[in-house]
Design a protein around this ligand. Structure first.
Ligand SMILES: [Ca+2]
Ligand SMILES: [Ca+2]
Length: 351
């Protein structure tokens, strides 16, 4: 008897433990999904009864009569929800709740996602489903990890009535883990702007758009970029450019990324505080020595090189401000064809 009780206890304990582990397998790590579709104004449909518009399927109401339901004019039709550009969602489950007319409930349909409202990806396809009970709610889990702006239920067959009616539809997702939109960073350098961005889930390629005004209008400057970087070399130093990136996948084009701006700049040499002795030997044999800031010596060299190449003015003017004494200005005019050679001796000036 004792042994029997012990065995029984063991058996009950075992069942209890198996039950516990089963329940933890079933429910552990399930994110809390919430209905993301609660704005009836974002609903539309292939057709709708004048008193039972598409919005009725997203009004969170399903009362005793089908006034709160969407009714298609016919046995088939689609019901769509638009989350809006930049507000794409990853929907992982959807639910359909029947109205009080089970015979009008859907029998065969597909659940689809899109980012351009033209190309639709079938996320779930069901046919010959049993008739809904009155006000029955059924939840369908789908293995979707992608963001879509548009979702729709595309009903190809209802149960028997001449009209198809759906009381309520939920689009369920994990609010916390919606994938953020593309994050774009623009980095300027000399005659180029480098763009880097974070990836869009399942993107096949990216398009780059550019503007010289904040918030556009943008012009597409590159398409079908496979990677996550792009270098724009068709830029002018000193001009500020504004960029956005969009992702392309089989479901269409994503919304625009954040706008990133950059102003490419040439390599700027900081003005040198150094000075130099510029010694010019003229054709006549005369030597002229000037103690000048390095910047003015550089101007002289630029003039001389230009003149040697046949451009620029015939004469270079040296401001001898270093020793003006009683004169307002003292200037030397150096004619190119009078210069035999010159020598530059730079030195660090100590303030
Ligand atoms: Ca809702
Ligand atoms: Ca409703």
């Amino acid at each position: 008897m004792y042994s029997y009780i012990k065995k029984l206890t063991f058996l009950i304990l075992s069942i209890f433990i198996i039950g516990l582990s089963l329940s933890s397998i079933s429910f552990a790590d399930e994110p809390a999904l919430q209905d993301l579709a609660n704005d009836p104004t974002k609903a539309s449909a292939s057709s709708q009864h004048k008193d039972r518009a598409a919005s009725r399927a997203f009004d969170n109401l399903n009362t005793h009569y089908f006034v709160d339901a969407w009714e298609a004019e016919g046995k088939t039709g689609w019901l769509k929800y638009d989350f809006g550009k930049g507000n794409e969602k990853v929907v992982k489950q959807y639910s359909i709740t029947a109205s009080n007319f089970p015979t009008s409930s859907p029998k065969s349909w597909s659940f689809e996602g899109s980012n351009d409202n033209q190309n639709w990806i079938v996320l779930n396809s069901l046919s010959n489903q049993s008739m809904f009970e009155m006000f029955e709610k059924r939840i369908y889990a789908i293995s979707n990890e992608d963001m879509y702006q548009f979702y729709r239920i595309n009903v190809t067959e209802n149960h028997s009535d001449g009209w198809m009616i759906i009381g309520e539809v939920e689009l369920l997702g994990d609010v916390e883990s919606q994938i953020p939109p593309i994050e774009l960073i623009a980095t300027p350098s000399d005659s180029r702007v480098s763009l880097n961005w974070s990836g869009f889930k399942n993107a096949s390629s990216y398009n780059i758009e550019r503007s010289t005004s904040v918030s556009g209008p943008y012009t597409i400057i590159a398409t079908n970029i496979a990677g996550l970087t792009y270098v724009d070399t068709a830029v002018t130093n000193g001009t500020t450019y504004y960029y956005v990136v969009t992702a392309q996948n089989t479901a269409g084009e994503s919304s625009k990324s954040n706008e990133a701006s950059a102003t490419p700049q040439g390599t700027v040499t900081p003005p040198s505080s150094n000075k130099a002795l510029l010694v010019i030997t003229l054709v006549s044999g005369l030597e002229k020595e000037y103690d000048l800031p390095m910047s003015e010596v550089n101007n002289f060299i630029t003039w001389y090189n230009g003149r040697a190449a046949g451009t620029g003015s015939e004469v270079f003017t040296i401001n001898k401000s270093f020793n003006k004494a009683n004169f307002l200005t003292r200037k030397d005019y150096i004619a190119f064809d009078k210069v035999e050679t010159f020598e530059v001796n730079e030195y660090t000036s100590t303030p």
